[in-house]
Unconditional design. Sequence first.
Length: 440
Amino acid sequence: MSTNNSIKDINEFIDNGSITSQQILVVSLCFIFNMLDGFDITAMAVVASPVSVDLALTPDLLGWIFSFALAGMMVGAMALAPIADIIGRRALIILSLMIVGISVIMTSKVESLTPFMLLRFISGMGAGALLASQASLAAEYSPDKYRALSVAIVTAGYPTGAMMTSVVAGYILPEYGWRMMFLFGGVVTVSMVIVAWLMIPESLKYLIEKKPNNALEKINKILLKLNAPSINELPPSNNDREVTVSMIGNMRMLLSPKFRRLSLMLWTSFFCAFGTLYFLMSWIPKLMENAGYDMAVGRDAFLLFNLGGVIGIYLLGILSVKWKLTNLILNLSLVSAVSMIIFALVPNQLNILFILILLIGILQQSAFTGLYGVAAKAYPTEIRSTGVGWAIGLGRSGAVVGPAVAGYLILAGYDMSANFIFFALPMIVCGLIAYKLNID
């Protein structure tokens, strides 16, 4: 392998080579960490009722607790994730796991609203940074023909973890209470710090470009596990100032006349989809209880919605091979909105409601996942990472607004049916905007 073109050669070897046990390990660990994120962040949804009683929370305050965790995820993705370029993806994954685990454990001990909200924000920051870091790492270590599948597997970890929240809560909540849910999630997450320390490799791109101590030795150890040829020396460094200037220029380009309309439409579609998604992920159990069902029914509905999310992520991957992506998002978004309205209007027959919740999860989350592909295809290569990052980061503000707005609607006396109809509207807007983007 030529040392002068080592970055290119290594990337080509990974892109065109067969998958190895080391690559399977990286994707599997990223899936598990993402699953823990899903568990820790969405645990609040299934413990909302007992927490509300213990801390004397009104619906608007409960909505703000949901939103604070999601605001933390937005800050973590936009502010903490870039630190990976300084300390490395591996170090940030380990640090993020520690932040999430310790803050979730501390949440189990709080007695008042303010520290509870602060700790949920901190947990969200760690989760947001972790999500961004591990998705990038999994993509980097995957061969080209398996890259989309690898990202889909890692992405599916979050709703899988949310789904497990319902299962674990069924065992823990009745006997040990809501505090044990947070303690359990935090302890498991902290234990994963050791797993990550021992088993997660560093980003090859980081090692080659930043050249930390013993970079060459670390690179060759990783290449050995990938069954790739070793290199004898590191290539010349990039000019960091040029990279910084390029990053600033890329951000400006997003709102240049050429890309302004595209960027604003993408940000709006992500905002709408995030708002509806996290309304559902935050409020389904509590709204089911408010409608007269017991906590176990609320947990089951939450499990089915997230099971639908897992199915939807893989469904989108299959459908996108044959169908135009923006047309798919339009149809999936409109049908998900119709399903939410039907859910609001049908008689309260539990089996029908459960089927509709599963269907809403499949449709809404497959449409949402499709937006990631649209963002990646919408921008040219030189600004693609910046464009996708900002679309997701700014769009995530919808995840902050959605649960908070629902809290105020519930406080004002609007029931579950009214909320489902209200939050069906953003999905219609999302689908129509995606269709107007007209991207394959």
